[in-house]
Design a protein. Sequence first.
Length: 338
Amino acid sequence: MNRLRTVITTIQPPTAAVIALASRLGRLDDPLLIIGDRKGPASFELPGTQFFSLSRQLESPFDLARKLPVGHYTRKNVGYLEAIRQGAQCIYETDDDNAPLGHWRPREEWVVARQVVATGWVNVYRCFSDERIWPRGLPLDALADSFRAGVAVDPAPRSVQAPIQQGLANGSPDVDAIWRLVLDRPFDFDDGPSVLLGPGSWCPFNSQSTWWWPDAYPLLYLPSHCSFRMTDIWRSLIAQRCLWELGLGVVFHAPEVVQDRNDHDLMRDFNDEVPGYQRNRELAQVLADTPLVAGAGAIAGNLRRCYQALVARQFFAPAELDLVAAWCDGLEQAQLDG
């Protein structure tokens, strides 16, 4: 069994989803790490949880904890470092409005999956539904082709190493603001075999039900100097590019959680997603054109190279590089402690 650590952020008292998740993890004797912020409870009285208030974060051994913005989702980075410091052999991340489905279970890094044949942009949701739905961050000009042609998948499943795996969410899946403004309704995906997107295939993934193993730990980093709705999406594209240097890709699973979505201002979400609508293709091209180094030992260095290239093209402010450096320093420290 993996030495699992689960990480969420919250500014709420225990939600029904968090209570359900903590209960499931408690049966496995695996703790839930909860990262607080300026707003929200001063304590979190829930068995099986470790609560990191803002003051506790600021007193942590990681300099990144004092450099990250306050009142920001990217404080989740502190939770990743703490999980690694505790010796996590697998990190599961989710949000406080996602509850595990009945079949939810800890996953293994090696998984049986069918590989997507196509390269370029892939609407992976089409592997789990015939309806018009797409993941947040997929370029809008890729949608029509994905609905006409679907996704070609190798019919023969095989065992693959996948240090990043994404589970889908029923109820209120992760879609962009355009889908919600035009088509919003409760939505459940079909069950189906897991699929692998290998090198050369792009599909955004989110931070709502995502599994990470040590080779990919440097790629957990969530950037701060971009819009809230892009931080996990742009992270996902950087992570995919870096995985290609290992000859690996991302595996997507049929739904494993159900989301009772926290309240959102959809027009605010839309405005926060505009940089992605306009520039996700460009960002992926910059990453594809950035020379990286092969091998697991080069992942942290490749992360820095990706951010340097993206800062140069003004996807992020130059201050992002200071946070990336602090992340890499914290990661090295956490791995030594763990």
